[in-house]
Ligand binder design. Sequence first.
Ligand code: NAD
Ligand code: DAU
Length: 341
Amino acid sequence: MRNLMITGGAGFIGSNFVRYVLDRHPAYRIVVYDKLTYAGNLDNLRDVAERWPKRYAFVHGDICDAALVRETVAAHEVDTVVDFAAETHVDRSIMDPAAFIKTDVYGTYVLLEATREMGLERMHQVSTDEVYGHVPEGSSKETDAVAPRSPYAASKTSADLMINAYHVTYGLPVTITRGANNIGPYQYPEKVVPLFTTNALDDIPLPLYGDGLQVRDYHYVLDHCEAIDLVLHAGEIGAIYNVGTGAEVPNIEMARVILRLLGKPESLIQPVRDRPGHDRRYALDVEKMRALGWEPAHTCVEAIESTVRWYVENEWWWRPIKSGKRYQEYYRRQYEGREIQ
Ligand code: NAD
Ligand code: DAU
């Protein structure tokens, strides 16, 4: 493993992973392959391009474009694909599922075919705990049945199933990680933690869905990156690994912690109509990952503190996004008239 193609590397987790790998593996080279959708942003990689100009390259491309994928693999002598490229926001998948099916399902198939035809050493898929659906009690093991409930979750699940089929049918060397909610630097401010943090900084209401008692496991993005790196190097071919901390944080508690950290009043919390089909709880059993020797380095509280600090210190990054026409139109469409009094 020497030449990695990181699809979706200009997004949140992908850009953190690029930095992590270049820092940790001095012999590796990376080509980021990214369509630069609304969520892709070369600002996420600005320091990477400056720090490692000889070991980092960027290709602007769609994973659904089979010819360009193959051309990039050949030109950069890629031996390993790590696939972060996806449409990722559940609310957008409810508004308009088409892009999710194209990228998350068909795009993954294109990468599988390239891996097969070009005889690559590995394709790793970055998947999600949402494939297990709502988990009323206990925690999901990798062997549990999948039961996705949103168009986003269904498209990610379809990709996981196709990856497994390629492993069984063609013996393709694949691995999958299923991560819980990541937080940290460079997360697009549509996701709840950067949205609440940046709204609070501007004294704008925090739109809390329903009763706010939905539970998520928020873990630090670099812990997730470390887990993916470990699976790439020590994971069993064909296997799936859950990645999370096991901590359970209700959304209302997350909102309160963010406001407390920023010294803002709880009156900024604005209940809004719930997300349709909202999964109330995800919970992962992460024993299999632990057995590989992985342990998250950040507690949930540390992860939230350091994420909030990053947004306080990096207005240069999020202010242009939030003041842009595209973001403001999305915000209006998503939240206008949704308040519950
Ligand atoms: P993100 O939305 O921040 O970034 C996605 C990136 O993919 C962007 O750079 C975008 O331009 C790129 N992209 C989208 N469609 C593409 C296409 N057709 N071709 C090439 N590039 C394309 O996403 P993220 O939060 O960093 O998530 C990365 C991956 O991790 C996704 O596969 C997601 O399902 C998975 N995941 C995310 C979380 C989370 O909490 N954010 C948790 C578990 C798993
Ligand atoms: O669990 C992993 C998943 O986490 C990833 O696969 C997805 O790509 C990622 O987007 C994330 O999905 P969620 O739906 O859990 O994340 P989101 O930040 O959208 O919402 C987190 C919780 O906060 C969820 O219960 C809904 C709630 N929420 C969200 C928004 C955007 C609100 O209460 N208000 C909001 O405005």
